[in-house]
Ligand binder design. Structure first.
Ligand SMILES: [Zn+2]
Ligand SMILES: [Zn+2]
Length: 87
């Protein structure tokens, strides 16, 4: 498996157990966990279930759901840095 990199300088190779998805979620998850659709997206009390009602089969699927909801179209974080995955 090739380590993935982000245009901001993040690389999986240099991170402790942090994947590119973890990195993007850390950067883009808003303080209130609200997505572009105005709903709160957060893993609730039920495992692999989002508070919006989405049910995932795997952790990766849940992460993809969060990313879809939080990743802005321009991929620029609040600090003005672009995050784009370079495979
Ligand atoms: Zn959700
Ligand atoms: Zn980044």
């Amino acid at each position: 498996m090739t380590a993935q990199r982000c245009t901001c300088g993040f690389t999986e190779a240099n991170a402790d157990d942090e994947t590119i998805v973890d990195h993007l979620l850390r950067v883009f998850t808003p303080d209130d966990d609200k997505g572009a659709d105005g709903q709160v997206h957060l893993e609730g009390n039920r495992e692999l279930a989002c508070l919006c009602g989405f049910r995932a089969g795997t952790t990766g699927e849940l992460d993809s759901h969060f990313l879809e909801m939080f990743f802005p179209a321009d991929r620029v974080d609040p600090g003005g840095v672009e995050h784009k995955v370079i495979a």
